[in-house]
Design a protein around this ligand. Structure first.
Ligand code: 5CA
Length: 449
């Protein structure tokens, strides 16, 4: 992408209302624009990151056997009357009337609708287990929308729903999603801690929150330091192995980990003080096992091998994909701006031309651009004629993993400078060596395209 043809409305200073660093950086890097309280447009750079995040989630949910569909944002209130949640949900639900005076709403979550889809088509235990998910805008009229997209009134969520014939296999489905979440956050390049949680308005008996470790997080975490070195299952993990799923779940639930609301001082004090880790986190995912809470009142039943009908056992599994983009920035930034983990960076590389208008340098940059593009790089080419300092500041602000810099002096020696955004290391190499280095990094899968 040539910067001159892109739409990147970067700001020199963050508007004063932005209180936390991710909100400031998202505004400064031209990723989002506020349209109203808690409601944002996603500008091209922001959208690109959110898509990358969602693609990793999609790949990992598919790998774990979940199947993607898409449910609408507008929901009929009838379904919510069936589950009795229409009245319980309170003011957070955005309710509207259609032209015939019928109650409809903007979906805050989809348990009811997915249960309706299930009961329309699935009637036998032979078709289970089943897991359906979608990625869709959600609407909640939050009491205090704040911190940019961290707590919005319109936000993106990946929500998955599992259906099983009995309690035991339903728990295994929960463990499968738990394992998939470990892999998702690992691929996103961040430390996340799963913590037992309250079930709140979703309901059920088993629930975990997934928290990204970040100093600016709102949740206080008390956890065993050994959490940070637990092994995340690899891509080859066998999701059809029920025992393995239970093993992984148990391994990740042995150590002490609580948020402040469930913290138990007596248990905590039994832990070796050297292992007591007191950190902050941001909730990016929340999973629930709630059995027949929705299937029973809504009549979602399946026929068992004995010919008898039973309500299906369910769980739901959410990740706030728009919040996740902000949370990643909270975890990965420095004074100069964002430092994207390579797996979700909006572009792999910033090619920076320090003398736009110089025929030789322009031609060399175009040539490099084509070569890198053909090698599969997603490139950001700063071809705008302005001061070098501004170019460096922009590249640092938007946080691409690598920068390749060509200026008059380097050009006259057939050289380029390569800079790593996260370590700050710089290296001057011949053009050929610079290209080779980038190609090798890519082959070594340092880049995830
Ligand atoms: N139905 C269940 C799971 S599918 C559910 O709605 N769970 S939730 O309420 O915990 O939301 C799931 C995730 O969405 C949260 O972990 C959080 O990351 C994100 N989320 C929730 N509310 C907001 C909000 N107002 N703004 C941004 N993200 C939010």
């Amino acid at each position: 992408m040539y910067l001159s043809k892109y739409f990147l409305p970067a700001l020199k200073e963050a508007p004063r209302e932005a209180e936390i660093i991710s909100h400031q950086l998202m505004l400064r890097a031209g990723m989002i624009k506020q349209q109203s309280v808690g409601i944002y447009s996603w500008l091209p750079l922001g959208l690109k990151v959110m898509r990358k995040v969602e693609n990793i989630i999609r790949e990992e949910q598919n790998r774990a056997g979940a199947v993607e569909l898409l449910m609408p944002s507008l929901q009929s209130a009838d379904l919510w009357h069936e589950s009795k949640r229409y009245d319980d949900y309170g003011k957070e639900m955005i309710r509207i009337y259609d032209r015939y005076g019928r109650e409809i709403l903007l979906g805050p979550t989809n348990e009811e609708m997915v249960t309706d889809i299930f009961r329309s088509y699935v009637h036998s235990y032979k078709d289970l287990p089943l897991n359906l998910y979608h990625m869709q805008w959600k609407f909640r009229d939050e009491v205090r929308p704040r911190f940019g997209v961290m707590r919005g009134r319109e936000f993106r969520m990946k929500d998955a729903y599992s259906f099983d014939f009995d309690e035991a296999s339903s728990r295994t489905s929960y463990y499968r999603m738990f394992t998939s979440y470990l892999r998702i956050f690992d691929r996103l390049g961040i430390k996340t801690i799963p913590i037992r949680a309250h079930t709140g308005p979703i309901g059920g008996d088993l629930s975990h929150e997934f928290l990204i470790c970040a100093d600016t997080g709102e949740s206080k975490i008390f956890c065993d330091k050994d959490y940070l070195s637990l092994l995340v299952p690899g891509a080859e993990v066998d999701y059809s192995d029920d025992l393995l799923m239970a093993d992984i779940f148990n391994q990740w639930n042995q150590l002490y980990a609580r948020t402040h609301d469930l913290h138990d001082e007596a248990l905590w004090s039994q832990l070796n003080p050297k292992n007591q880790l007191n950190i902050k986190g941001i909730e990016v995912g929340h999973i629930f096992h709630f059995g027949t809470k929705y299937s029973k009142p809504m009549g979602a039943e399946v026929m068992g091998p004995d010919g008898k009908k039973r309500p299906v056992f369910m769980g739901s599994y959410g990740i706030g994909t728009s919040r996740l983009v902000a949370a990643l920035i909270e975890a990965c930034h420095d004074k100069k701006g964002i430092i994207w983990p390579e797996s979700v960076a909006p572009f792999d590389l910033a090619l920076i031309n320090l003398r736009v208008g110089d025929k030789g340098i322009d031609a060399t940059c175009s040539d490099l651009y084509t070569k890198l593009l053909n090698a599969g790089f997603d490139l950001f080419y700063d071809d705008i004629d302005r001061h070098a300092g501004e170019k460096f500041a922009l590249a640092d602000l938007i946080g691409l993993p690598w920068q390749m810099i060509i200026g008059p002096r380097l050009f006259s020696n057939d050289e380029a400078e390569i800079k790593n955004r996260s370590t700050g290391e710089r290296e001057i190499l011949s053009l050929e060596a610079a290209l080779n280095k980038l190609f090798t990094l890519k082959k070594g899968e340092s880049f995830v395209i």
